[in-house]
Design a protein around this ligand. Structure first.
Ligand SMILES: [Fe+2]
Length: 218
C-alpha cells in the first residue's frame, strides 16, 4: 500500500489553499495516517491489500487510520484548480432533484460544515437515489452507512488553519465557490448509478468501491 500522488501541484489550489497548507496536510497528516496503519498492521500482510476491506472490517486505531487515508485520497480529488461554482449537465440535474437548486445545496453545504462540532468530514453523498449533504465525526465516513460519497471537504483544522485561522466558513466558501471538482463528482455519481444497475455485491478484494480515481482534467 502506497500513498496516492496528489492530482495537482502543491501550489495549484492557490490562492484558496496555499502551498504550505497542501504540503503539510499531504506530507505530514495524510502520509502519517499511512505510516501508522502500516505499523498497526505489520505482520498481517493479507489485510493491508484492500483499504476498503480494512475500513469495513476494523474498529479502533486500525479503522481510524485506514479511513483517514481513504478520506484524504477522496478529499484531494474533490478539489481542482479553477473548480467550484454551479456544475452543469447530469450532476446539475441530480442537484436539482435533491435540493431544488444549486443555491440550496451551497447553503446546506456551508451550514452543515460550519455547524459541525469539532473535527470530521463534510460530504455530498448519494443516499438512495438522492443527493444529500451530511457530516461525519473524526475519521468516520459514508462507506459505513451505505451512502455513496460524491464529494468531501476536510473539517479538521489542519485543512484550513494556516490560510483561514479559525474561520471555517471562509474555507468552505472557497471550497464550494472555487475548488469543488464537479467532474470528479460526476464520475462518482456515474459509477454509483452503474453499480446500482448491476447490484454488484461488495466482497473482500473486490474493487467496488475502488480508491478514488484520478481527477479528470478539465
Ligand atoms: Fe486532513
Amino acid at each position: 500500500m502506497t500513498l496516492l500522488p496528489l492530482p495537482y501541484a502543491r501550489h495549484a489550489l492557490e490562492p484558496w489553499l496555499g502551498r504550505e497548507t497542501v504540503t503539510l496536510h499531504y506530507e505530514k497528516h495524510h502520509a502519517g495516517y499511512l505510516k501508522k496503519l502500516l505499523e498497526l498492521t505489520a505482520g498481517r500482510p493479507g489485510r493491508v491489500t484492500s483499504l476498503e476491506w480494512i475500513i469495513r472490517s476494523s474498529e479502533g486505531a486500525i479503522f481510524e487510520n485506514a479511513a483517514q487515508i481513504w478520506n484524504h485520497d477522496f478529499y484531494w480529488r474533490s478539489m481542482q484548480p479553477d473548480g467550484g461554482g454551479a456544475p452543469v449537465g447530469a450532476v446539475h440535474e441530480a442537484i436539482l432533484d435533491g435540493f431544488g437548486s444549486y443555491e440550496r445545496l451551497r447553503r446546506e453545504f456551508l451550514d452543515a460544515g460550519t455547524g459541525h462540532f469539532g473535527a470530521g468530514w463534510l460530504w455530498l453523498v448519494l443516499h438512495g437515489d438522492r443527493l444529500q449533504i451530511t457530516t461525519t465525526h473524526d475519521a468516520d465516513l459514508p462507506l459505513r452507512t451505505g451512502d455513496t460519497p460524491i464529494l468531501c471537504a476536510d473539517l479538521w483544522e489542519h485543512a484550513y488553519y494556516l490560510d483561514y485561522r479559525n474561520e471555517r466558513a471562509r474555507y468552505l466558501e472557497a471550497f464550494i465557490d472555487h475548488l469543488a471538482n464537479w467532474e470528479f463528482a460526476l464520475a462518482n455519481w456515474s459509477d454509483a448509478a452503474a453499480r446500482a444497475s448491476t447490484r454488484t455485491p461488495i466482497t473482500e478484494g473486490s474493487a467496488a468501491p475502488a480508491r478514488p480515481p484520478l481527477a479528470r482534467s478539465r
